[in-house]
Design a protein around this ligand. Sequence first.
Ligand SMILES: Nc1nc2c(c(=O)[nH]1)N[C@H]1C(S)=C(S)[C@@H](COP(=O)(O)OP(=O)(O)OC[C@H]3O[C@@H](n4cnc5c(=O)[nH]c(N)nc54)[C@H](O)[C@@H]3O)O[C@H]1N2
Ligand SMILES: Nc1nc2c(c(=O)[nH]1)N[C@H]1C(S)=C(S)[C@@H](COP(=O)(O)OP(=O)(O)OC[C@H]3O[C@@H](n4cnc5c(=O)[nH]c(N)nc54)[C@H](O)[C@@H]3O)O[C@H]1N2
Ligand code: SF4
Ligand SMILES: [Mo]
Length: 747
Amino acid sequence: MEASETKFRICPFCEATCGLAVEMRGREVVRVRGDDDDVFSHGFVCPKGAALADLDTDPDRLRTPLVRRNGELVEATWDEAFAEVERRLLPIIQAHGNDAVAVYLGNPTAHKIDLTLYGQVLIKGLRTRNIFSASTVDQIPKQLASGLMFGGYLSVAVPDIDRTDYLLVLGANPFDSNGSLWTVPDFPGRLRALRQRGGRCVVVDPRRTRTAQAADEHVFLRPATDVHFLAAIVHTLQQEDLIDLGRLAAHCNGIQTLDGLFADFSPEAVGVHCGVPAASIRRIARELAGAERAAVYARIGTCTQSFGTTVSWLVDLCNVLTGNLDREGGAMFPRAAAFAANTRGRPGVGRGVRTGRRHSRVRNAPEVMGELPVACLAEEIETPGDGQIRALFTVAGNPVLSTPNGERLDRALAGLDFMVSLDIYLNETTRHADVIFPGLSVLEEAHFDVAFPQLSYRNAARYSAPLVDPPADRPHEWQTLLRLAGIVMGQGANADIDALDDFVIAAQVQGAVADEYSNVFDRDATELLESLRPRRGAARMVDLALRSGPHGDAFGAHPDGLSLAVLEANPHGVDLGALEPRLPEMLRTPSGKIELAPNMLVGDMERVRAALHADHAGRDLRLIGRRHLRSNNSWMHNLPRLAGGRARCTLLIHPDDATSRGLHDGGMAVVRSRVGVVEACVEVSDEIMPGVVSLPHGWGHGREGTRLALAAREPGVNSNALSDEMEIDPLSGNGVLNGIPVEVVAG
Ligand SMILES: Nc1nc2c(c(=O)[nH]1)N[C@H]1C(S)=C(S)[C@@H](COP(=O)(O)OP(=O)(O)OC[C@H]3O[C@@H](n4cnc5c(=O)[nH]c(N)nc54)[C@H](O)[C@@H]3O)O[C@H]1N2
Ligand SMILES: Nc1nc2c(c(=O)[nH]1)N[C@H]1C(S)=C(S)[C@@H](COP(=O)(O)OP(=O)(O)OC[C@H]3O[C@@H](n4cnc5c(=O)[nH]c(N)nc54)[C@H](O)[C@@H]3O)O[C@H]1N2
Ligand code: SF4
Ligand SMILES: [Mo]
């Protein structure tokens, strides 16, 4: 028998980016463990990482393009599939213009270099205003708040968990999610260490999650009232004279604007609304201010609500006002080795961020970060007129299951003139496509994280080479995206994509040598391009970004610096040390200061005030989501190692609410919202607070035309049949996926 060999690969499934040790025999995966020598994750792994092999061998995973012929999706050659795109798409663009074509980028776009880097090339080539992504059902509120305060959409402060004494967590469950906008493998171990050294962790969540159970204190909070809870924390800091900006004082604008802004939000005024005793809010404010080193962290539960941006601002306001931003043990800014906008250009000042440079056609929702809210996608497809969306590219996304009123979108997709999907499955969304281009096996791809080192608990640089070569005839996804870019730019299905790729990298090199603050300023672009040879595609872009980045070798000028070759020689990664203070150098606001009181957010406080007094009549329960360790959004339910066990797509309900409705554990309940109705299996538990029910998202499999045999056996229901596409955070455009008013009756 062939000897086995252990190879190393960063896990691409979630933001923890664990290093995996993959034992292989030839092309076959024998075993997957955590890589103990990984400089960043030190051996941590979860069941999803270990299921890597299942994804490689999944018989349902697409390996050949599919093209719709006479209504049926049938296998086709790559050339046939690209030719079909050219044949069908170009007439649509010619007749109706570029805006008639929309793009939706899904979550794996943030995890896969090919998709991250070349998705943008396709978008540029398309020149459409209709760009959508999973960002508007996820983190865009936090990005907007960070952009307004610090000047960069990825300048997000993360807790320095290994050195903090106090961690306040709202709306996040890293025990199951492994963290988000905070790359922190082994959160459970780090929390344990924090508590062992005498630190304290408080979790604010409408459900007693595994994270809450492991913390020192769990505070039940009514969904979507975080904004009031945090306003009361700020109120208390102000009123009790607990504000101490420390060294940040010199770097802040707008502190006076905050005076009086929170006057109406005393803990006593918001307590009942939040479902939290006023005394607890006051105490938490005092603890936060009194702790030697503290950090506030909030995630999905606080972003996917109508005050998402304002809550995200208040989180960092708490960090700043208690003197905990940008200091050891507080909330800090990583310094990534590549691709970080806050390490480029002039340090300490920049253009800041602007939104609303254009608006959606039907609802007039403002653009943020160059995109429109995905909650608007269905109406933009359905509503006739100039600028109507007639064709769609989905790239690694499943919006039918992941976006508000997904069932309406499901119907809208059926009405498109043409749809192309880059995906590895024929699922609830891609079943509507006319052409599907599959990605490679996870074993066949290189890996480099573009975004997550900008959000990491510690600075490090890591790269994974492919574990095995792809079959010769199968393109990398960057090549697929370039061919599609060639088509939409009118160069035809057989455009010279190498020339296109050379063009793209040349522009990036030009940008680097023109940046007077870069380590390659004024260098000869041709010489730099020459030394990137023979790399191509994503690897070449990564090499350029590393070498011209803050730790880079500057193409020889700093011989000890980083390059892709250095990372290839270090398969367990290169540690770049604990986070270090970065203010004011990382700021990119026009003022060169932290903007504590951006107009947009101060202005939103009026709405916050009104919500405090809104009447809560109507549907009596509030629906929230949840995540399970062995699930990943909508697309890992087909893997044997992760499937099975207890049913996971259940409606969690408090015993009191169950009793009053005649519901019992294991029985069925009908859940109705303004937009939809589902029938779900009931799970009675006091881990959820009274008045709140929970359904996980990403379920609702087994539809006609999909090919997910195992997932179809335990299909679950689509929780986004209940979320309302008309409810968004007006500032960021993010969908409201938590706190949805619902009515529940026995089924
Ligand atoms: N109710 C509710 N809804 C939610 C959430 C919630 O908490 N509650 N969470 C939201 C969040 S945070 C997110 S990020 C979104 C996710 O929203 P989406 O990104 O739309 O959904 P995913 O389920 O992540 O879909 C990923 C898709 O990528 C495909 N894929 C996987 N690997 C590859 C690859 O290598 N190449 C290609 N081309 N495709 C690949 C999968 O088959 C799948 O179709 O859902 C959101 N929706
Ligand atoms: N196992 C697994 N891991 C994942 C994913 C997955 O699907 N499965 N998805 C990945 C993705 S795309 C993302 S973005 C991250 C998300 O990572 P997290 O942000 O940690 O997401 P969740 O685990 O959904 O935790 C959100 C918490 O918010 C709570 N919540 C709901 N509404 C409110 C509210 O109004 N206020 C407060 N304070 N809390 C509320 C919920 O009860 C829940 O415990 O996870 C990633 N990792
Ligand atoms: S926590 Fe699990 S899914 Fe996330 S990166 Fe680590 S092994 Fe992969
Ligand atoms: Mo996400």
